[in-house]
Design a binder for this molecule. Structure first.
Ligand code: ADP
Length: 317
């Protein structure tokens, strides 16, 4: 079989490990693998390169993606996808493994309906793909966020300060919830919890009066202007307050062993499924078992925030 592999949407650490796993697993089956540059954009433009075993050497521990990634909003139009199908047919590539988030999955599903065999692999730091307990990149981003928050906590404590830290995760609060829990944050706000500003200000004032030396607030991106919030906290609570937006550092770095392991397992599994003639599904690990889910179903699954973890935050703060 001739298989294409691409990375699309936002990049995440461990995408390279997934590419490597796909290439090596496919070659070991006697298949040929073609790397597609820059996601669906490169697909439409026919930018394919046949990969040998050594083309994916020494990338396992590198962040980013050697294939590059891009956004091509026009891919939702059938006429644009038709160009991609033509490029695949011209190169006799019958199957495509698409590594990315839910937008990437939507593209893979549309190609499946046009006769291309597609499999999705979850590569995003947000952990917002409900058909897998964890997505490739989440563990590394969590490590990065925890490291930064630990450091901010040190200095917050020295200066009797409140630190507000904005982490990524627009539609899924896992990065905020997990990093906040792991660093002992007093308050965690995600799009699932919402932000009750009045209550936060009141609580912080009470904390301050009770003599607590610092407070850590972890908040998901796009909830509010954290710099403005820091000003309001400072005016109201008596704490000096600083806001830090962690931003794109969370997208980079050497993938953790957990992300490499997940990437290896899911890359190998995706190739196995193609060999069995499966298409239109995405792969994941649920309760430590490899699982495949129809992409259509996966796109409609809701991320349910862990009630257990949110309750723990309240108890441990
Ligand atoms: P992610 O995969 O990380 O969620 P995006 O949402 O930006 O990132 O999607 C990545 C790419 O997937 C888009 O630039 C576009 O090319 C393609 N895509 C997104 N949504 C669709 C859709 N509904 N139909 C077809 N292709 C899509």
């Amino acid at each position: 079989m001739r298989i294409g592999v691409l990375t699309s949407g936002g990049d995440s650490p461990g995408m390279n490990a997934a590419i490597r796993a796909v290439v090596r697993a496919a070659l070991s089956n006697g298949d040929k693998v073609f790397g597609v540059s820059d996601g669906y954009r490169g697909l439409v433009e026919g930018r394919f390169k046949e990969f040998t075993r050594s083309d994916v050497s020494e990338i396992l521990n590198r962040g980013g993606t050697i294939l590059g990634t891009a956004r091509l909003p026009e891919f939702k139009y059938e006429a644009v996808r038709q160009l991609a199908v033509k490029q695949l047919q011209k190169n006799d590539i019958e199957a495509l493994i698409c590594i990315g988030g839910d937008g990437t999955y939507a593209g893979a599903l549309a190609l499946h309906h046009m006769g291309i065999k597609t499999i999705g692999i979850p590569g995003t730091i947000d952990n917002d793909i409900a058909s897998s307990d964890y997505t490739i990149g989440f563990s590394t981003a969590l490590n990065t966020a925890c490291d930064a928050i630990d450091k901010l906590k040190d200095t917050s404590s020295s200066h009797q300060r409140c630190s507000i830290i904005e982490v990524m995760g627009r539609h899924c609060g896992d990065l905020a919830l997990y990093s906040g829990l792991c660093t002992g944050a007093e308050y965690i706000f995600t799009n699932e919890t919402g932000l009750d500003k009045e209550k936060l200000l009141k609580d912080l004032k009470e904390n301050r009066l009770a003599g607590r030396r610092h407070a850590i607030v972890v908040i998901s991106e796009n909830m509010t202007d954290v710099y403005q919030l820091a000003k309001e906290v400072e005016d109201y609570s008596g704490y000096e307050c600083r806001a830090t937006v962690l931003g794109y550092v969370q997208r980079g770095g050497t993938p953790t062993p957990e992300d490499r392991l997940l990437a290896a397992r899911l890359g190998g599994f995706a190739v196995d499924l193609l060999k069995q003639g499966v298409s239109g599904v995405c792969v994941g690990v649920i309760d430590n078992e490899l699982r495949s889910t129809p992409i259509e179903e996966a796109l409609n699954m809701k991320n349910i925030p862990s009630e257990e973890l949110h309750n723990l935050v309240q108890k441990l703060k």
